[in-house]
Design a protein around this ligand. Structure first.
Ligand code: FO1
Length: 332
């Protein structure tokens, strides 16, 4: 079974661990997994190109992730970060660990040599994924083009009363503690799907939308011109898992961003936001947490099959059960 997963960072990476666990334990049949990852979180910092969602998936599946932080490398040291701060170099709010910097140096050198992000990612995955999965797991950037999410926040000094900050500044420095007045994904309209992305969707047996951020992760992937067309064309069922449980996000800043785009912060709200494929949306099926069983009827009424199952990714077995529930809902 060929499964394609449209993934952001932490939530998507955790889900992917469960999906792999389900295959390894026989809960699901073996098969290739293609991850199409969000690249709009990417940021140029200290002259290096940092790709948080690509790296979080790569380090998580490659067993190099710091499980506590959910990003960056475990057994990390921060000497370079401390030295930059000693020079008074900004930004100091975004931490680049010494081990992690090697990834960004390789990526930046390859980009400077003219290699597209997809080939750079493939090269990095030779180290992190191939030894474990062979060709069983592919990690594709959603696009090779530069795309960056910026968030408009209130700024009394600005003539318009607002200013835009890079998504990373909104999330890491501001801790998403100020309202996101608008989400602007710079470069998205001009971007095109990266190599293999459209085929990964149209040739899949199943397409999954994991519990990643529906606005700045899955939302940006769906926003790459051509991706939605691939979704409507694929014969594969498309099933999503709600990132909102009991009316709030489990981690991250989905609440703030859903609110800023006027989407109800609920399991049904996100499912209806993604919408049924039958009327131009992207979903055939939608899993909500058992807590949100009351939302099932609303989602079904909109033309999306819906089931309430435990959606807390507390361990690999729990997450594997979620993946199996998604396959079952897809009718596979
Ligand atoms: N998140 C933080 O909260 N603080 C950081 O200093 C930070 C640095 C960082 C460096 C590399 C990287 O790949 C991720 C990093 N993150 C950090 C997490 C990052 O903001 C998130 O992974 C996503 O962009 C949000 O989903």
């Amino acid at each position: 079974m060929q499964i394609t997963v449209l993934s952001g960072g932490m939530g998507g990476a955790k889900f992917l661990q469960g999906l792999l666990h389900a295959q390894h334990t026989g809960l699901l049949p073996d098969g290739e997994i293609t991850v199409v990852a969000n690249t709009a979180d990417d940021i140029w910092i200290h002259g290096l190109k940092v790709c948080p969602d690509l790296d979080t998936v790569m380090y998580t599946l490659g067993d190099g992730i710091d499980l506590e932080r959910g990003w960056g490398r475990r057994e990390e040291t921060w000497s370079a970060k401390d030295e930059l701060a000693a020079y008074g170099v900004e930004p100091t709010w975004f931490g680049l660990g010494d081990r992690d910097i090697a990834t960004h140096l390789v990526r930046t050198q390859m980009l400077d040599a003219g290699f597209p992000l997809s080939q750079v990612t493939q090269a990095l995955c030779q180290r992190w994924l191939s030894p474990i999965f062979g060709n069983g797991v592919r990690l594709l950037p959603m696009t090779d083009d530069r795309v960056e999410t910026h968030i408009a926040i209130a700024d009394a000094e600005a003539p318009s009363g607002r200013r835009a900050v890079h998504f990373q500044e909104y999330w890491v420095r501001l801790r998403a503690e100020v309202p996101a007045e608008a989400v602007v994904v710079v470069g998205l309209e001009e971007s095109k799907p990266g190599p293999g992305v459209v085929e990964a969707i149209t040739e899949a047996d199943l397409v999954l939308l994991p519990p990643s951020n529906p606005v700045v992760s899955v939302g940006t992937i769906l926003g790459v011109p051509g991706v939605r067309k691939a979704i409507s064309a694929t014969p594969a069922p498309v099933v999503g898992l709600s990132p909102i449980v009991g009316g709030s996000h489990v981690r991250g800043m989905a609440e703030q961003l859903l609110t800023s785009i006027g989407v109800e912060v609920s399991a049904a709200g996100v499912g209806l936001h993604y919408g049924p494929r039958s009327t131009g949306g992207v979903l055939d099926g939608w899993l909500v947490d058992s807590l949100d069983a009351d939302d099932v009827a609303r989602v079904e009424a909109a033309g999306v099959s819906c089931r309430a199952v435990p959606l807390m990714m507390t361990d690999h077995d729990a997450t594997a059960a979620m993946a199996a529930a998604a396959v079952e809902l897809a009718g596979l």
